[in-house]
Design a protein around this ligand. Structure first.
Ligand code: SF4
Length: 384
């Protein structure tokens, strides 16, 4: 059973700010932009909105960094500014996540927002049922032993429970009556908290769908203007070895052409410009390359000085500089490829050299899987 097409109306501005991911909040956020005369351009660059952008950046960064969701507390929702900050930082965060064009980022951001929602909803005594009715086809409640116990339609439970691990979420373990599944308390959580956990699945799914739609609509120029926060997010993502991409395992053949050409030019004694050098040090740091190895890339430079190089590289590593994105490298003459040279660089949504490494690794692991499969097939044929 999909989400209800017509969610119950919510008019309370505080609720819409606390839960900015709600479908009902989209119209409210649009209204905030219009009422305050804020254009998309303003949201991306106006000085007076810098705190909102910072908060939005944190929403994405925390979701990439923490497995247990976004930690941020809501600001003061009794003030208009506090409410605006919540709603617009959510919108800005979604735009940054989508402008990475990287499904690992949008998936982790959706997970982070959904986990935050799960925690908030589990303890919300005011609007919980309305929000439950936003994401589920129906709910029922009954007071049992002094506590409210919720039940939901079998169709919703069957669709959502397979994604959650634990005996509680297996249908044979849940009381079932006339097509309603009882969500009783368990594992130290009351019925509302259990139901909030289930609703989290729908929130995540809805956010991911919205991200996919938004990614289709984002144009080059718009993504361009977000290249700085996007680069910062991708740098954090690459440095997380626990994700499906292990930067530490990136081999030389995974390095993007812009990185390889900077290394090759330096080795040949060419005078790579400042942005090329800064990029090389920053991407080496993001890929987990040892500082000593990074310093060795510069050995052939005409002005090479070991001490100065080590000092400058240390500075880049300590400050965790974000490597420049493709558009900046192109502008600064540091992108060596032309259309048709490299299929990964040709991808319409290739915006950052760190994404190149991920695509390269992904292609490699797919090729390895195919080789393994064909080996297995050969063995089976040889030993029928
Ligand atoms: S398109 Fe991007 S990743 Fe590819 S070489 Fe140019 S700058 Fe590097």
């Amino acid at each position: 059973m999909p989400m209800p097409l017509r969610p119950p109306p919510i008019g309370d501005a505080k609720v819409l700010a606390r839960y900015p991911f709600l479908p009902q909040a989209a119209e409210h956020t649009r209204g905030l932009l219009v009422e305050n005369g804020i254009s998309m351009d303003d949201l991306l660059s106006a000085a007076w909105l810098s705190d909102i952008r910072r908060k939005g950046d944190m929403r994405v960064k925390e979701s990439v960094l923490h497995d247990d969701g976004i930690e941020q507390r809501s600001g003061d929702l009794s003030t208009e500014l506090g409410r605006m900050s919540e709603s617009l930082s959510f919108l800005y965060a979604m735009m940054v996540a989508c402008a990475t064009f990287d499904e690992r980022v949008t998936a982790r951001w959706a997970e982070g927002e959904a986990t935050r929602a799960d925690k908030l909803l589990g303890g919300d005594g005011v609007i919980f049922e309305t929000i439950a009715n936003t994401y589920l086809s129906d709910i029922q409640s009954e007071v049992m032993g002094g506590d409210t116990v919720y039940s939901i339609p079998l169709t919703d439970f069957i669709e959502l429970c397979p994604r959650i691990s634990g005996d509680y979420w297996r249908l044979p373990n849940r009381p079932l009556k006339d097509g309603w599944v009882e969500m009783g308390p368990s594992s130290g959580e009351n019925s509302q908290q259990r139901l909030a956990r289930l609703i989290k699945e729908r929130i995540r799914e809805d956010l991911r769908k919205r991200c996919n739609i938004r990614m289709e609509k984002i144009d080059e120029g718009f993504a361009e203007r977000l290249s700085e926060p996007v680069g910062a997010i991708l740098t954090i993502l690459q440095s997380r070895a626990t994700l499906d991409f292990d930067a530490g395992n990136a081999t030389k053949s995974d390095w993007p052409p812009c990185m390889q050409s900077a290394i090759a030019e330096l080795a040949m004694g060419e005078n790579v410009n400042h942005s090329g050098r800064l990029f090389l040090a920053a991407i080496s740091a993001a890929l987990g390359i040892e500082q000593e190895q990074c310093a060795s890339f510069f050995q052939g430079a005409p002005d090479f000085n070991p001490e100065t190089t080590r000092y400058q590289i240390g500075h880049v590593y300590d400050r965790e500089y974000t490597p420049a994105g493709c558009s900046r490298l192109k502008m600064e003459g540091r992108c060596p490829v032309s259309p048709g040279d490299d299929p990964i660089c040709d991808r319409p949504k290739m915006k950052h050299p760190l994404s190149y490494v991920w695509w390269k690794q992904r292609n490699r692991s797919r090729e390895e899987e195919q080789v393994d499969e064909s080996k297995e097939e050969t063995t089976e044929t040889a030993n029928p």
